[in-house]
Design a protein. Structure first.
Ligand SMILES: NC(=O)C1=CN([C@@H]2O[C@H](COP(=O)(O)OP(=O)(O)OC[C@H]3O[C@@H](n4cnc5c(N)ncnc54)[C@H](OP(=O)(O)O)[C@@H]3O)[C@@H](O)[C@H]2O)C=CC1
Ligand SMILES: O=C1OC[C@@H](O)[C@H](O)[C@H]1O
Length: 365
């Protein structure tokens, strides 16, 4: 077989925080370890509020690679910019990058509200650039296989989906300025953890061909605040999908004070179940149960997925391929799904009474 010459994709990184480090480490993993031969990734520059921090990040995470430029600002000459700042900075950082004609991969939640996202989508169209939320779980091989099995027919239609993402942040022992507690940084469970339970509902229900990409017909929600700051410590939200061909519901929750459950997602179909192990943002294992005529389990299969790296590189491969092919959005996690996410979150916050402090939302509906 002829050797493919891979495209070298140059990334500019904005932020020197926790997730930026995880993403950059994955960019440095040899793509061949995950059987990817058409793209390779190169970290070209790191932007921070401080040039010293940027250099310290390059030394620590990328072995001091002299070809990587460190900037005390966010201007870079690259194929795409990855944004890993706190939620409430995504809009401004992404807009600046888009206006500079850059392709953008922006961390989840892509913005604080749907109005900000609509404004970014319009800007991306105007400047003819690729734009995607970094909903990394969508691109992992396990998710692709869950989707294939869910839609292949032998389980029947999905009826009920339960998904929870909890993570104990030790909220009594972290500063009030921590991004998870600070309302000016969009703190709380919903915006930080909520994208993942919602992602599984989008994959299994919204994307189900019988739903024909129809938005939920009902959203009901309740939020519980922390005793410390006015952000949600836990939130529950339910979605109903009802079309002529699909009648299904999702019961979703997230918490910043509890540990994760062993099984984070359960998708119940007419003739079986899919049970996905935690962590639900990069699960390595799921189980499929087939149910017979009398309601008992007739067959059970466990599937395990392993790869080198943390799982963030799959979304990087998607961005590189989309940009190479001149696509402006991903077919797997396009603008419509991020917009659905932000619309659901706006409604959950409305019902739950979570208002951001004045000035946090840069665009209002
Ligand atoms: N996909 C995933 O698995 C994960 C995604 N995330 C998402 O990534 C984003 C960042 O999270 P995380 O990396 O944990 O956050 P961190 O606090 O670790 O890092 C955020 C970085 O943003 C920069 N920054 C710019 N302005 C501010 C500000 N006013 N306050 C604090 N930091 C600022 C800082 O870099 P500098 O000082 O260099 O400018 C800082 O290091 C969030 O939106 C979160 O939802 C988080 C964890 C996992
Ligand atoms: O995206 C995320 O996934 C893992 C969580 O621990 C983190 O807080 C969140 O931002």
């Amino acid at each position: 077989m002829a050797e493919i010459t891979p495209v070298t994709f140059r990334w500019g990184i904005i932020s020197t925080g926790k997730i930026a480090e995880a993403f950059v480490k994955d960019l440095l993993v040899d793509p061949k370890t995950r059987d990817v031969h058409d793209v390779v990734h190169k970290v070209a520059s790191v932007g921070s509020r401080s040039v010293e921090k940027a250099q310290e990040f390059i030394d620590r995470v990328a072995g001091g690679d002299k070809s990587i430029k460190g900037f005390g600002s966010y201007e870079e000459d690259v194929d795409a910019i990855y944004i890993g700042t706190p939620h409430t900075y995504h809009y401004t950082n992404a807009l600046d990058a888009i206006k500079a004609g850059k392709n953008v991969l922006c961390e989840k939640p892509v913005t604080c509200n749907a109005a900000e996202l609509r404004s970014l989508i319009a800007a991306a169209k105007e400047h003819n650039v690729f734009f995607m939320e970094a909903l990394w779980t969508r691109f992992q091989p396990l998710s692709l296989e869950v989707k294939r099995i869910a839609e292949e027919g032998s389980l029947g239609q999905p009826v009920l989906l339960h998904a929870d993402l909890s993570g104990n942040f030790g909220i009594h022992n972290i500063p009030l300025t921590h991004r998870i507690l600070d309302p000016t940084l969009g703190g709380g469970a919903l915006l930080d953890l909520g994208p993942y339970p919602l992602f599984w509902a989008i994959l299994a229900l919204y994307e189900n061909p019988a739903n024909n990409l129809t938005a939920p017909t009902n959203i009901s929600a309740s939020m519980l605040n922390t005793p410390i700051t006015p952000v949600d410590s836990s939130t529950i939200f339910n979605l109903t999908f009802s079309t002529s061909k699909l009648a299904a519901q999702a019961s979703l929750s997230c918490s910043i004070t509890l540990n994760a459950l062993e099984t984070g997602v359960t998708i119940r179909f007419e003739r079986g179940n899919i049970l996905i192990s935690s962590p639900i943002y990069c699960p390595k294992k799921f189980k499929v149960q087939y149910i017979g005529e009398n309601g008992s389990i007739t067959k059970e299969e466990t599937r395990i997925f392993e790869y080198v790296g943390g799982g963030w590189h799959f979304q990087a491969d998607e961005v590189a391929r989309c940009v190479r092919d001149n696509k402006k959005e991903s077919a797997l996690w396009g603008h419509d799904k991020s917009l659905l996410e932000m619309t659901v979150f706006d409604e959950v916050r409305r019902q739950g009474g979570y208002k951001f402090p004045d000035g946090v939302e840069k665009v209002l509906a």
